[in-house]
Design a protein around this ligand. Structure first.
Ligand code: PHE
Length: 340
């Protein structure tokens, strides 16, 4: 009996099971309803009483061994058949569609390119800001409404106040603190305001803000820089006009309009029949802001401006619902594939 068992152990190890047919033969021979091991079990009654236990254990081991080899070979065969499929070179390839740049990313790059040509370098900063960089260093009085819960998403109130930045002017404070003038930088980035989401407003949007600080920087430099930007962005016939405005960090401050390129200033529903479109805010950096960042306001002056990327994209692509930019609808995004 022991010899027979040893023989079958050898067989189980050596039996060829390289194809599904061979595997099936193996199954019938060692695991099927009338298999070889079962036959041996039926012979157990002829074994002497003192050897019964040992032989019984050997037979059980044999049964497990056959089952194990069967399981292993089955998995191997299944894998190798999918392996074969993988290298079926006759199968047609999958169609991979080209993606397209997001319209905001296209406009952002274009704006960066325009300012890069006149020496502005890109600077970036954190989206979660402290009160100092987002407000205090920019001359916001403590009771200023922009600090109010209505506009700002606060993360932590109190002594270590932290909030989602409401503009990228915070990045400019960081640049003024860490670099010496002349400073010529633009800060693109995402900003957050606690506003209800609608076609015309969103709780986050994108800005590009610019800052230039040197000796003898004048309002004329600001105007010329913005005219250059408008003509590069909207065409050489574009004109700008400045209207007085107020920002805590600039004095004087202005709102800038560009002549409506859609109707050539004749008046249309996009420019609300005024011939002008509002595109950005700007002004001369308030001397207080320079001093708060340790820049001598007696020897240095500067200008700053800030624009919304969505607003510029809206004018360029005539997208008049802000929500479309963040819904990831492929039908919308596809339209910005280069060459279409
Ligand atoms: N930071 C202002 C805003 O978010 C824009 C601005 C920047 C205005 C620089 C003037 C100068 O609305």
């Amino acid at each position: 009996m022991r010899d027979k068992i040893a023989e079958i152990v050898k067989e189980i190890i050596q039996e060829p099971v390289k194809t599904p047919e061979e595997l099936e033969l193996f199954r019938i021979k060692y695991l099927g309803s009338k298999n070889t091991i079962k036959e041996l079990f039926s012979e157990l009654k002829n074994v002497s009483n003192e050897s019964k236990k040992e032989v019984g254990q050997l037979l059980n081991g044999l049964k497990n061994q056959a089952q194990e080899r069967f399981d292993v070979m089955k998995i191997k065969l299944e894998n190798s058949s999918s392996e074969d499929l993988k290298i079926d070179t006759s199968r047609p390839g999958d169609q991979i569609e080209n993606g397209s740049r997001h319209p905001l990313s296209l406009v952002r790059s274009e704006i960066i390119g325009i300012f890069d040509r006149i020496g502005f370098v890109v600077s970036e900063g954190p989206e979660i800001e402290d009160d100092w960089h987002n407000f205090s260093a920019l001359n916001f009085p403590p009771e200023h409404p922009a600090r109010d819960m209505q506009d700002t998403f606060f993360i932590e109130k109190g002594e270590n106040e932290m909030a989602l930045r409401t503009h990228t002017s915070s990045v400019q404070v960081r640049v003024m603190e860490s670099e010496k003038p002349p400073i010529r930088t633009i800060s693109p980035g995402r900003v957050y305001r606690n506003e209800a989401i609608s076609a015309r407003s969103h709780c986050f949007f994108h800005q590009i803000e610019g800052l230039y600080i040197d000796k003898d920087v004048s309002f004329a430099d600001l105007k010329q820089t913005l005219l250059y930007f408008a003509q590069e962005m909207f065409g050489e016939k574009a004109q700008i006009r400045l209207r007085p405005s107020y920002f805590p960090f600039t004095e004087p401050s202005a709102e800038v309009d560009v002549s409506c390129t859609l109707c050539k200033s004749k008046g249309c529903n996009v420019c609300k029949y005024t011939g002008w479109l509002e595109i950005l805010g700007c002004g001369m950096v308030d001397p207080n802001v320079l001093e708060l960042s340790n820049i001598d306001s007696k020897t240095h002056s500067g200008f700053a401006f800030g624009m919304g990327v969505e607003r510029i994209a809206q004018l360029k692509y005539r997208v008049n619902d802000l929500r479309l930019y963040s819904e990831n609808d492929i039908r919308f995004l596809k339209q910005f594939t280069p060459g279409i």
